[in-house]
Design a protein around this ligand. Structure first.
Ligand SMILES: Nc1ncnc2c1ncn2[C@@H]1O[C@H](COP(=O)(O)OP(=O)(O)OP(=O)(O)O)[C@@H](O)[C@H]1O
Length: 309
């Protein structure tokens, strides 16, 4: 397996306070990894360690096969980085500022910069210091993506973007992934990453509390369903269906409603014995699952299907 990140027992203490504790994690080439956690969980601390902006108290990190500490300059050249506190200021225009950053990266075609800026609706003639928070964030995104880095490390990338631009940003992530780039992005909003991420890690109080493929996380959640039949089905027709213990038939026994936990496969097979007029099933809400990790009292790593294998 080709990993672009290998973190082993990475720990950062801020004095007596723990920023990050024993983070062991691999990120695979080409995947979109969503790094989730509430405020103060340790997301920015992790990201700063990856880029040698701060140094670990203990543990090891390899990023693109390099040691961030020894090879920080080489590493930063190959990474597109958007800090959580992206600051840009000055009297120059957006265009001049981006050209300056492009030159630092060894040159980026102006057409690539223009394409990204246009896509995000960023006016390159505007003065940096006159920009709104959202527009500054767009400058941050353009500078992270413009040199088509093999690894994008994005700390709360859609902060300050309106919903339309959030979607544009997610499209950019999906396209980067399709082109073979790896994306490691932090967020405190599950719905934002679940649309694009292949896997998510959830961090809380400096510890990784869950790590799994989005598809697996989803399979552990609950769906609301409603099925209408053309004729009454026998009472108890779905009683023995796995995961379907929260279903009920109405008085006419032609409408089945309720919830299915996990895979709906067994229910679908049982339904096939009858004539189904309509079927409605909601997408399972990952947000709810996410909150169990956020709100739970324990901070020990939780085995999920990926971490067990
Ligand atoms: N330089 C520092 N000195 C002392 N404590 C710090 C420092 N930086 C971060 N911390 C603490 O470490 C913990 C993790 O902070 P971090 O910024 O990594 O969280 P985060 O998940 O990025 O949060 P947010 O979503 O609010 O940015 C917090 O308790 C924070 O107060």
């Amino acid at each position: 397996m080709d990993n672009v990140m290998e973190l082993r027992e990475l720990t950062k203490a801020y004095g007596a306070r723990r920023g990050l504790t024993g983070l062991t994690l691999q990120v695979r080439r080409g995947e979109v990894f969503g790094y989730l956690g509430p405020n103060g969980a340790g997301k920015s601390t992790t990201i700063r360690l990856l880029l040698d902006l701060i140094r670990p108290t203990s543990g090891e990190a390899r990023v693109l096969g390099l040691d961030p500490r020894a090879d920080g300059v080489a590493l930063r050249r190959r990474v597109g980085y958007l800090p959580g506190d992206f600051v840009c200021d000055g009297r120059q225009s957006v265009r001049a500022y981006l050209r300056f950053l492009a030159a630092l990266r060894g040159g980026v075609p102006q057409t690539a910069i223009d394409a990204l800026a246009d896509r995000l609706g960023l006016d390159q003639t505007a003065r940096i210091k006159s920009l709104s928070k959202g527009n500054r964030q767009k400058v941050g995104l353009v500078q992270a993506f413009m040199h088509e880095p093999e690894l994008l490390i994005l700390d709360e990338p859609s902060a300050g973007l309106d919903p339309l631009m959030q979607q544009t940003f997610l499209d950019m992530v999906a396209e980067a992934s399709a082109a073979g780039q790896t994306v490691f992005m932090s967020s405190h909003i599950m719905s934002e990453v679940e649309a694009v991420a292949d896997r998510v890690g959830i961090i809380r109080d400096g510890r990784l509390v869950a790590l799994d493929a989005v598809a697996n996380l989803r399979s552990g959640t609950v769906r609301d369903i409603e099925v209408t039949f053309d004729a009454a089905v026998p009472p108890g027709a779905f009683e023995d269906v796995a995961g379907a213990d929260r279903l009920r038939l109405d008085e006419t026994r032609t409408v089945l409603t309720g919830q299915v936990a996990g895979s709906p496969d067994a229910l679908v097979k049982a339904l096939a014995a009858h004539t189904v007029l309509s079927l409605r099933a909601t997408e399972p809400a990952l947000e709810e699952l996410f909150h169990t990790y956020y709100d739970g009292a324990e901070a020990a790593p939780k085995a999920t299907s990926a971490s067990r294998s």
